[in-house]
Design a binder for this molecule. Structure first.
Ligand code: FAD
Length: 418
C-alpha cells in the first residue's frame, strides 16, 4: 500500500474499524483519523478504574445467531458466554423482592410492551412509543426503564415504527473478555492517527479535503462515522454538496442517553441472587434502575440508566450517578452494603464531546427519514455507523457491518475492479 490514502475514515469506533478492515482486505490505501486517544468509540473495555475489567459501552453481542462479529470474535480468541436463560430478571419493588409469579408478571408486561411496539411498526405507526404502550399498571416504570435502555430515548421521544425496524432475534451473548477489547483487537494493524479530530470536510467532484489541526488531507473519498449527536452539533463542518444535504435528515435521528455506574465490592454480596439482571423500583416513586450483578463472577454490579434520567445524571456528574445507584442498592440490600464498596466508576457518554449521547433513534414521524438517510447516495463523502444500519441500529455489530458495507460500496464506485 502506498502512504497516500485514497480513502479517509473519520472515527475509529466499530463502524470505522469495519470500514478499515474492508479497505485493508481490498488493498485500498486509507487512514483512520480518530479524535480521541483510543480506538473503539462507544466500545470501551475499562481495565484500569476498578479491580475488574468492565465494558463502559457495548457489552452484549446482540442477535448473536446472525451477528457478523461473532465470527470475528472467534477469529481473534474473544471469550463470550452463550448462556440463554428465560428467567433472567429479578425485581425489587414495593419494598421487597418479587416472587416467581411477580417476576413472571414483570416479564409478561415487558413482552406485551415490546410486542405492541412491533405490532405498531408492522402497521406503519410512526408515533411515539408512549402512545401505543399497553397499560402495565404498577409495572409501568419498569417497562419505561426498558424502553429507555433499548432505545436510549424516552418513550415519548422515540418512533414505534423506527424502533421496530430492528430485526430482533432475541439471542444475546455477553462478551467476557470485553466488547471494547474485541473492537480494539480487530483494529490492530490498521493505519490510524489518534488524537486527530476532523474539523471540516470539503466535498469536490472527484476528491475530498479533510481538515484536521495538523493539516489537510486530500483523498478520493471519505467515510464519516461520528455519532449523529456529534454530526448534529456541526463539530465537523461539511462543505456544500450532497453530504451536507444529508445532515437535514440526520437531525431527525438524534442520540438519546445511556449511562452505566459500576461498583466494586470487597466480596461477593449477591451470590444468593439467581437472576443476574436486577430491576430496582424505589418505593418513593423515584426512577428505577437496572443492575447487572456479578459481572462474570467478579464482586461488582453495573447499574444501567437511560433516556432523560441518564441525561440529567451525566450532567450532574460522577458523584450524582454513584449516589443514584447506591441509594437503590441500599433500598434493596440494606445500608451495610455501603461499607463493602471498594470503588466506583461511571460513564460519561453524554458529555463526551466526541460521542455526545447513547445511541440513535428516529423521532416520531421520522422513521422513513431514517431510511432515506441510509439509502441516500452522497457520492465520495459517505456516512456509516450505528445510526446508518437499516436493521441493527443502535448496536456495535450494526455499526461494524455498516462501515464494512459502505467501504465496499465506495471502492466499487470509485475504484472499479478492486
Ligand atoms: C452505555 C452503552 C451500552 C451499549 N450496549 C450495547 C450492547 O450491549 N451491544 C451493542 O451491540 N451495542 C451497545 N451499545 C451501542 C454501541 O456501543 C454503539 O452502537 C456502537 O459502538 C457505535 O459505533 P460507531 O462506530 O457507530 O460510533 P462510535 O463508537 O461513536 O465511533 C465514532 C468514533 O468517531 C470519533 N469521532 C467523533 N468525532 C470525530 C471527529 N471530529 N474527528 C475524528 N473522530 C471523531 C469518536 O471519538 C468515536 O471513536 C451501547 C452503547 C452505550 C453508550
Amino acid at each position: 500500500m502506498s502512504d497516500q490514502p485514497e480513502i479517509v475514515i473519520i472515527g475509529a469506533g466499530a463502524a470505522g474499524v469495519g470500514a478499515g478492515m474492508e479497505l485493508a482486505k481490498r488493498g485500498v490505501p486509507f487512514v483512520v483519523l480518530e479524535a480521541s486517544a483510543r480506538v473503539g468509540g462507544r466500545a470501551y473495555t475499562d481495565k484500569t478504574s476498578l479491580p475488574y475489567a468492565w465494558d463502559k459501552g457495548c457489552h452484549w453481542m446482540h442477535c448473536a445467531d446472525v451477528n457478523p462479529l461473532v465470527a470475528e470474535a472467534d477469529r481473534v480468541g474473544t471469550k463470550y458466554l452463550t448462556d440463554a436463560r428465560d428467567d433472567w430478571n429479578a425485581v425489587w419493588a414495593n419494598g421487597g423482592w418479587a416472587d416467581g409469579a411477580g417476576r413472571a408478571a414483570t416479564l409478561s408486561a415487558m413482552d406485551a410492551a415490546f410486542a405492541a411496539v412491533d405490532e405498531a411498526g408492522a402497521r406503519g405507526q410512526d408515533v411515539p412509543i408512549a402512545d401505543i404502550l399497553p397499560d402495565t399498571g404498577d409495572l409501568a416504570p419498569i417497562v419505561r426503564l426498558w424502553i429507555q435502555l433499548m432505545s436510549s430515548g424516552d418513550p415519548e421521544q422515540v418512533s414505534a415504527r423506527g424502533y421496530a425496524d430492528y430485526a430482533e432475534t432475541n439471542l444475546n451473548w455477553p462478551v467476557k473478555s470485553g466488547y471494547g477489547d474485541l473492537i480494539e483487537r480487530l483494529a490492530e494493524g490498521l493505519p490510524m492517527r489518534l488524537e486527530t479530530p476532523v474539523s471540516g470536510i470539503e466535498q469536490r467532484a472527484d476528491s475530498v479535503r479533510v481538515t484536521t489541526r495538523s493539516g489537510t488531507i486530500e483523498a478520493k473519498a471519505a467515510i464519516v462515522t461520528a455519532s449523529t449527536a456529534v454530526l448534529n452539533t456541526g463539530a465537523i463542518e461539511i462543505g456544500a454538496g450532497p453530504a451536507r444535504d444529508l445532515l437535514a435528515l440526520v437531525e431527525n435521528v438524534p442520540c438519546g442517553f445511556c449511562e452505566k455506574v459500576a461498583i466494586a465490592f470487597d466480596r461477593d454480596l449477591f451470590g444468593h441472587i439467581e437472576q443476574p439482571s436486577v430491576n430496582v423500583l424505589p418505593q418513593d416513586g423515584s426512577e428505577p434502575i437496572n443492575f447487572q450483578f456479578a459481572n462474570f463472577g467478579d464482586p461488582m454490579v453495573i447499574g444501567h440508566v437511560a433516556g432523560s434520567v441518564a441525561g440529567e445524571l451525566v450532567a450532574e456528574g460522577d458523584a450524582a450517578m454513584v449516589e443514584f445507584a447506591m441509594q437503590r442498592l441500599v433500598a434493596a440490600f440494606g445500608s451495610d452494603i455501603k461499607s463493602r464498596m471498594v470503588n466506583a466508576a461511571t460513564t460519561d457518554w453524554g458529555s463526551n464531546p466526541f460521542v455526545r449521547g447513547g445511541y440513535s433513534f428516529a423521532r416520531p414521524g421520522c422513521a422513513h427519514l431514517r431510511h432515506q438517510m441510509i439509502e441516500a447516495d452522497t457520492g465520495n463523502l459517505a456516512f456509516a455507523g450505528e445510526a446508518f444500519s437499516r436493521q441493527w441500529q443502535a448496536t456495535a455489530h450494526g455499526a461494524w457491518a455498516s462501515g464494512r458495507d459502505v467501504a465496499g460500496r465506495l471502492v466499487d464506485n470509485f475504484r472499479p475492479g478492486k
